[in-house]
Write a protein that binds this ligand. Structure first.
Ligand SMILES: O=C(O)CCC(=O)C(=O)O
Ligand SMILES: [Fe+2]
Length: 256
């Protein structure tokens, strides 16, 4: 699969976006936002990352990457107007609803992620290794800086979503998926979702994917919206009890 099959024009309709995500597991829409909107959003991102904001917590801080997490109602519309507007009115909820053909939890959570490239540091921890998420999400990421292959793009393996969805659900039915069990070998078939600031990346986390390492001195800033369909979430949360307790119960019942 060549890169252009995953890259859509900035004018792409929800229908085109859905067709591509269904076929490949993800897509990139370069220049989805105009430059003025992107710049305002990046300024809001910097404010949010550089200052302590009530109810917006640091979700992860690994040095090379820091993520803050927020619920939309906790993001002050007066202080972060462009971010709130982009989350609410760019059609993401419609795409997610149609993708899941279900009621969606939108926006489940917002993540603000700043990653930096350190000299001599190639990160081999999750999410920098190929994996599928333990729970499935449709994720929307707005790139707030230009992302080339040196700036840590998201990489995905196109066309394998259904296969790994099946594998994940089989694993979940057998037991819980522990961190690390969702790591995959590199296939050499991954495609980088690169584009200028203002681009939109959408991917299903059942598609094998990973975050890219950044070259030293590079910075990547993204705002990501994670969405879930109700049936999909219920499916992930369902646990078939392990055989052991059942066997114990039976033995107790018959007095063994
Ligand atoms: O930051 C990225 O490029 C992808 C991270 C990831 O694995 C995820 O959001 O599920
Ligand atoms: Fe992931």
């Amino acid at each position: 699969m060549r890169a252009h099959e995953i890259e859509l024009p900035s004018t792409a309709s929800p229908d085109e976006i859905l067709a591509t995500v269904n076929a490949t597991g993800g897509c990139i829409v370069p220049n989805f936002l105009d430059q003025a909107t992107t710049e305002s959003m990046r300024n809001e991102f910097d404010d949010l990352m550089d200052n302590t904001i009530d109810k917006i917590d640091v979700h992860a801080d690994a040095g090379y990457s820091i993520a803050k997490r927020a619920r939309l109602p906790d993001v002050d519309e007066g202080r972060f107007p462009v971010t709130c507007d982009v989350v609410a009115s760019r059609g993401f909820k419609e795409i997610s609803t149609r993708y899941y053909n279900d009621v969606v939890d939108y926006p489940s959570k917002l993540f603000f992620v700043r990653s930096i490239g350190r000299p001599d540091e190639v990160v081999t921890a999750l999410p920098y290794v190929m994996h599928f998420d333990r729970h499935q999400f449709l994720k929307f990421a707005v790139l707030l800086t230009d992302v080339t292959e040196d700036d840590g793009p998201t990489w995905i393996v196109p066309g394998r979503t259904q296969e790994f969805r099946k594998k994940r659900l089989e694993m979940l039915n057998a037991s819980e998926i522990t961190p690390g069990e969702n790591v995959l070998a590199d296939s050499g078939e991954e495609v980088a979702l690169t584009g200028p600031a203002g681009s939109l990346v959408i991917f299903d986390t059942d598609a094998p994917h990973r975050a890219g390492n950044l070259a030293p001195g590079r910075v990547r800033k993204i705002m990501r919206i994670d969405t879930e369909g109700e049936r999909s979430r219920a499916q992930s949360e369902r646990r078939v009890p392990k055989k052991q307790p059942l066997l114990r119960k039976l033995r107790a019942k018959i007095g063994l």
